[in-house]
Write a protein that binds this ligand. Structure first.
Ligand code: 4AD
Length: 460
């Protein structure tokens, strides 16, 4: 028998081949004279027909679900349609081995975890009792939960997003860097830091690669990016905040304006969305089946709307907003709807934020320092990216840090590096889990984090 993967068993190449396949016992149906075993590998399944000879069907009937089994046999065209799916091929089993036995009392079943809310509602209406697995129970048993088709697809998509992010930046001359995650102080200002003791010295987990990615550009690396962990000591439980997430960051020397950074956002994210739509249709469909969503609308050139214009649009729509304050979640959502109605896109940039609501390192506009050379990017009315031109003059940078009550001692080395010749530069940071959550219209960021860390969860 030749080792094979379930996904490669297709009729043209496989018929008559003697194969050995390893997978999970997704379902077993034992009849009097034979048994059917659905073998699952990732998001592929194959039906295995097990004859009674030598007690094999009885042995199959005793296999607990999710046990890891090897089947050896001959590939053949299917003799019947398996419930829910048209089988491409079957395996006529000659040998069956149990490699690892799963407990018969699984805390959740893959079928229950794979159920859509609609299925549960429909069943309830029909008087049927279907198990609905809530989010906490799923996450407590994540290793089983991950086996659903939707989850397999979510993490394939996440992997693709990361690859395209890297590929596009690399093709534009960006170097991949790794900045320290143990640092002396808060990199974003604010209190949301995990503090720790670093050999007797106060330290914290990096809230972002912000300071060091800037220093890398000042160190002559010109264009850098990083895909790495970001830690935020979030105190409130929301659908879009994690305590640890994966940052997609970049930083670059700029020539004339921070719009050069916006241009990169455009190229990177339009390439990501195009790639997902073109090459991940199967995965998107699998997600859509369990968690229905509308395809993302985006344009070749992403609209860039001035913050002041955004405020005007919101006011005209009767939303109360402070012109120089930050937008709250509802206002952001509403603006997303207004922009969608005007430009027919779910993806847009809001530029020139008031300086007061941006971090200390943000460059004020030269024509009006109450505003800044900064932007946020939104998908379906929720933020996925924030970016800006940075202050590259020591005095102004120190002044802005002090004005925000930041302990300048904790970022002294960063500040000092701007005395040594620092080019104009800018960059952005996106959250990988947010990108996938919002592209797929998933209502909770825990769905796109492999093992989420939120204010209450440190396990598994
Ligand atoms: O807006 P943030 O805090 O910006 C920065 O970290 C800057 N250093 C970026 C820059 O280069 N100017 O975070 C950037 C992105 C957000 O847009 C969001 O997508 C994500 O990171 N993010 C979170 N994702 C999950 N959980 C959280 N608690 C997040 N906080 C931010």
């Amino acid at each position: 028998y030749e080792w094979a993967e379930v996904a490669e068993l297709e009729p043209a190449m496989a018929a008559g081949r003697a194969v050995r396949v390893r997978g999970a016992a997704h379902a077993v149906r034992a009849l009097s004279r034979l048994a059917f075993l659905t073998l699952r590998q990732g998001s592929s399944t194959v039906q295995c027909v097990i004859p009674a000879a030598g007690g094999m069907a009885r042995f199959a009937g005793g296999l607990s679900r999710e046990s890891v089994v090897d089947v050896a046999g001959v590939v053949s065209p299917p003799r019947e349609h398996v419930r829910g799916a048209t089988q491409q091929v079957e395996i006529q089993v000659e040998k069956l081995y149990c490699i690892n036995r799963a407990t018969p009392n699984l805390p959740i079943s893959v079928d229950d975890a794979a159920r859509s809310d609609e299925d549960v509602t429909r069943a309830k209406a029909a008087g049927e009792q279907l198990v609905h697995v809530g989010q906490d129970k799923r996450l407590d048993n994540r290793v089983i939960d991950l086996r659903t088709l939707a989850n397999q697809a979510i993490f394939s998509i996440e992997s693709e997003v990361e690859h395209i992010f890297r590929n596009v930046l690399r093709s534009e001359g960006f170097k991949s860097i790794h900045t320290p995650k143990l640092i002396g102080g808060s990199s974003e200002g604010g209190a949301a830091v995990f503090k720790l003791d670093y050999n007797g010295q106060p330290a914290c987990l990096a809230q972002s690669p912000q300071l060091h990615k800037q220093m890398a550009v000042c160190g002559g690396l010109q264009r850098v990016y990083e895909v790495g962990p970001v830690f935020r000591a979030e105190s409130s439980n929301t659908h879009r905040h994690l305590c640890e997430f994966t940052g997609l960051d970049m930083e670059m020397a700029i020539r004339e304006s921070y719009f050069e950074v916006c241009d990169v956002v455009d190229r990177v994210f339009v390439a990501i969305f195009d790639h997902l739509n073109k090459n991940c249709a199967k995965e998107l469909e699998a997600i859509n089946r369990q968690f229905p969503f509308k395809p993302l609308k985006y344009l070749r050139k992403t609209p860039r709307i001035d913050y002041e214009e955004g405020i005007r649009m919101l006011k005209e729509a009767g939303v109360h907003v402070e012109p120089m304050g930050d937008l709250n979640t509802e206002a952001e959502k509403k603006l997303g709807e207004l922009v969608n109605a005007k430009y027919d896109t779910d993806f847009y940039m809001l530029c020139r934020y008031p300086s007061a609501v941006r971090p200390f390192y943000t460059m004020p506009c030269s024509d009006d320092p109450r505003y800044s050379n900064s932007f946020d990017v939104f998908v379906r009315g929720e933020e996925i990216i924030s970016g800006a031109q940075r202050v590259n003059e020591y005095e102004l940078l120190k002044q802005q840090a002090e004005a925000r009550g930041i302990d300048v001692g904790s970022i002294a080395a960063y500040l000092e590096s701007f005395k040594n010749g620092a080019p104009p530069h800018g960059g952005f940071g996106a959250g990988l889990e947010r990108v996938v959550m919002l592209f797929c219209g998933l209502g909770n960021i825990r769905k796109t984090s492999l093992f989420p860390r939120d204010p209450k969860r440190l396990n598994p």
